[in-house]
Design a protein around this ligand. Sequence first.
Ligand code: NDP
Ligand code: 2IT
Length: 451
Amino acid sequence: MAVTDHVDFPTFMEGVKKRNPHQPEFVQAVQEVAEDIFDFIEDKEDYHSEQILRRIAEPDRVVSFRVCWEDDAGNIRVQRGWRVQNNNAIGPYKGGIRFHPSVNESVLKFLAFEQTFKNALTGLPMGGGKGGSNFNPKGKSVREIMRFCQSFMTELYRHIGADVDVPAGDIGVGGREIGFMFGQYKRITGEFTGVLTGKGLEWGGSLIRTEATGYGAVYFLENMLKHRGESLDGKTAVISGSGNVATHAAEKIVQLGGKVLTLSDSGGFIHDPDGLTQEKIDWVKTHKTHRRGRISEYADHFTGATFHPDATPWNVPCDLALPCATQNELLGPDARALVENGCTAVSEGANMPSDLEAVHVFKDAKIMFAPGKAANAGGVAVSGLEMSQNSERRAWKEDELQAMLHDIMDGIHDRCITYGDQGGGYVDYVKGANIAGFKKVADAMLAFGVV
Ligand code: NDP
Ligand code: 2IT
């Protein structure tokens, strides 16, 4: 009888690298998870013999398609679009759509893989997926964006559905783009259904979805601090990014008594030693979203603030750091600078913003470090609540949703402690999140047999 040998961690990673050449982000995301899972499954024969991690690290399917559209000058433009459906063991595929020139198959595969664990951690029935395009919305007119979204959906619609795969927003995709895509889906299929989340409130969207990711990342941070008998009050925070996640994280930190010193975009960061106020945050929201401006202009607008071109904010001394822009924006040396300058907690609003070296620096220093799959799960959690509301054909009230978001973030924190508590007051949140997310998906896969 053939018996599957236990594959060890180095052999497993060798296989992942060999099967996914030129996909460094995907290999990185798998490695970060596998480092913890191999310890956990050492004495669990089923997970080995059924090759569970190997199967989760191979997307169910990767759909790639051409997206052509006509720009305002009448030129025909051709982009590439994808939907990566990673795993639907515990619910329909669920995850955002990203429009950014850096999007490629590796980036979307890493995001869909991460999303699988994140969605499991929320406790809601959602599988993992991600999609997007290398389309660059910067400098495009609203009509151009509309035509692109319509063309993108003209292909995507056949792969998604309220019980199949439910996309949402991500970098470069906010309420406006979701509107254009939903309109096209409805036009093609004739169905008004909860096929996308992050919809407008008038047409099936949920209250607090816009705020949920940033707020959730701060609730998670608050939980980590509470666990050590501390609070946010009076603490200084550096934040990167100035989009949806960054501005709402900043807003919640200010509401809870913290002081936000920085925001950034791909051009550099602003440092405001007086701290951001709600008024300043509102200005950034309008400036970045509606005027599509650059963060550099903050320093022209508010006295005392300085702009630092082509730099990240990680050298600014702080108590707390929240990377909320993009993957691999916080590298090993940045992590060392943060720790040396006294930073004691990091909450990842973005997906995989810290590279592997940075993660190890944080772990070795035993600071509080919340990986994105735990810390930024509030957004997809409220997307899950939007799906429930759509199925029930009703809308919950804001205070009900706020309470549910809080409850979900508390639950994720508890799950991380269950599998990440290392004793002596130290919680390895990366390990906790990886194992808790893995276990739920893995046990469902075991129940289904080899499919
Ligand atoms: P937005 O498009 O609203 O904002 C993105 C921000 O990140 C902008 O400030 C942008 O700057 C900056 N940024 C993007 N790419 C780069 C880059 N390559 N280098 C430097 N800065 C960059 O996106 P979100 O706020 O929605 O997303 C931010 C992060 O949060 C992403 O990692 C996303 O996957 C993650 N996330 C988002 C969720 C959501 O609900 N929206 C949920 C969970 C995670 P610029 O304007 O110069 O491009
Ligand atoms: O990375 C993420 O969790 C998101 N972009 C949100 C996904 C969603 O389906 O709401």
